[in-house]
Design a binder for this molecule. Structure first.
Ligand code: PLP
Length: 447
């Protein structure tokens, strides 16, 4: 009961009166009031407990209100709330050291931002200045953030209204066998053809004009498409061949989500720049950043880096990162995410696919899974259009909430992205709710 506040109606009324929300038509939404959260659960305005299979925006990798992180923020708040970026600070130094320790050898420096989009903006700026080139390549079916360069790089309908065509961005198709752009029938074909497509595009765009390739190691919001073995290594080789910087966007996939500290570790590659945010401190205080190779860092050894932020390396955010990374090490949280993928979510979701004809494909690893929902397994017709929603997707969300699960959906997909700290029992409870909710989708598509 202590987790329930009684003024949810007022919260909702003031939200509708004064809060301008992201990405939506303001008059067409009914935001869910969240009053409290603990571990894998949140509580809504009616005091109902919901299992958080969204991790909010796929960021609460250590669950809600982890006591060690809450204590670290409280302690830091009592000691030193803020300090300008030009000074040195113990929490910032330690967070940078810990992040560099997790990154591949030869990546020792960290530039801190307030979130993922700013990390992308700065990684691209570094790559452009380092190479003296302007163009940047990014995938269709990607999300890189809501600021101007990041949204231009994004390969998602949210870019369309923000696209002024001036950012030097060129998009290409990544590997995605289930909805192959290359008429491939095997993972190997998909991999080879996707790499061939990328290299062709580079030759025709002019290799000497291209500063960087930005790609999510495993595209997240766009559908959790795990790349086939060899794809990222192929991208690395192409980058080396043409002097292009490889930026790995690990904002969503990083910090444990895939059962590894960074998702590129599954593919045996080393990028030149790594962007991170979200899981670095589970979003308890906004934080993101760029991990920088020695070579790129050296470009700015005696030449000024022309970028900065008032809150770069904010002590509250960095203290949360230090405590988060410490807790993840001490409690085996990354290993837990890997185990949950192998023993609970993978088998559990594949079992749901056997039962529910509306599941076209199950994809993912760790605590990073997507169900591709279709009205017909043969044609793979999505249950909602690209960039839109549909009555059946709204019914699915309603059924999840009615069953006590807070879901993450995007267009025609349901993503199953709980905290890395979830227990097998919690996830079994969640899978049972999804099982019942998917009956609604089956019924609608067979009607
Ligand atoms: N990159 C990826 C892969 C993301 O998933 C996101 C956010 O979802 C971003 C960048 C942008 O991060 P932020 O919303 O913190 O600016």
């Amino acid at each position: 009961d202590a987790l329930v506040t009684t003024d949810a109606a007022r919260t909702y009324a003031m939200d509708r009166a004064h809060v301008f929300h992201s990405w939506v038509a303001q008059d067409l939404i009914t935001p869910l009031v969240i009053t409290a959260a603990q571990g894998s659960y949140v509580w809504d305005g009616d005091g109902r407990r919901l299992l958080d299979l969204s991790s909010q925006l796929v960021n609460t990798n250590i669950g809600h209100q982890h006591p060690k992180v809450v204590a670290a923020i409280q302690e830091q708040a009592g000691r030193l709330c803020t300090v300008a970026p030009q000074h040195a600070n113990d929490q910032r130094s330690e967070a940078a050291r810990l992040i560099a320790e997790l990154a591949p050898d030869g990546m020792e420096k960290v530039f801190f931002t307030n979130g993922g989009a700013e990390a992308i903006e700065n990684a691209v700026r570094m790559a452009r200045l380092h190479t003296g080139r302007v163009k940047v390549l990014a995938q269709y079916r990607s999300y890189h953030g809501g600021t101007s360069t990041a949204i231009n790089l994004t390969g998602d309908p949210r870019r369309w209204a923000n696209d002024y065509g001036s950012a030097g961005v060129v998009h290409f198709f990544g590997p995605f066998l289930y909805r192959s752009a290359f008429h491939a029938t095997t993972e190997q074909e998909e991999c080879e053809r996707a790499l061939e497509h990328l290299e062709h595009l580079i030759r025709f765009e002019g290799p000497d004009t291209i500063a960087a390739i930005v790609l999510e190691s495993i595209p997240g919001t766009a559908g959790i498409m795990v790349p086939p073995p060899g794809y990222l290594r192929g991208v690395r080789e192409i980058c080396d061949r043409y002097g292009i910087i490889y930026i790995a966007d690990e904002v969503m996939a990083g910090f444990g989500r895939t059962g590894a500290w960074f998702a590129f570790e599954h593919f045996d590659v080393v990028p030149d720049l790594i962007t991170f945010a979200k899981g670095v401190n589970s979003g308890y205080v906004p934080l993101g950043g760029v991990v920088i190779s020695e070579e790129i860092a050296a470009t700015f050894g005696t030449r000024a880096y022309p970028g900065g932020l008032t809150y770069s390396g904010h002590p509250l955010a960095c203290s949360a990162a230090v405590a988060t990374i410490g807790a993840m090490h001490d409690e085996g949280i990354v290993e837990n995410a890997a185990r949950l993928g192998e023993t609970v979510l993978g088998p559990g979701l594949r079992a749901l696919a056997e039962k529910h004809p509306s599941i076209g494909e199950v994809r993912g690893l760790g605590v990073f899974w997507a169900l591709d929902l279709v009205s017909d397994r043969e044609t793979k017709e999505p249950v909602a259009p690209y960039g839109g929603t549909s009555p059946v997707m709204r019914e699915l969300v309603a059924a999840c909430l009615a069953g006590g699960v807070l879901p993450f959906t995007n267009y025609h997909r349901l993503h199953v992205v709980p905290p890395c700290t979830a227990t097998p029992e919690e996830l079994a409870e969640g899978l049972a709710v999804l099982d019942a909710a998917l009956d609604v989708v089956d019924a609608a598509v067979s009607a």
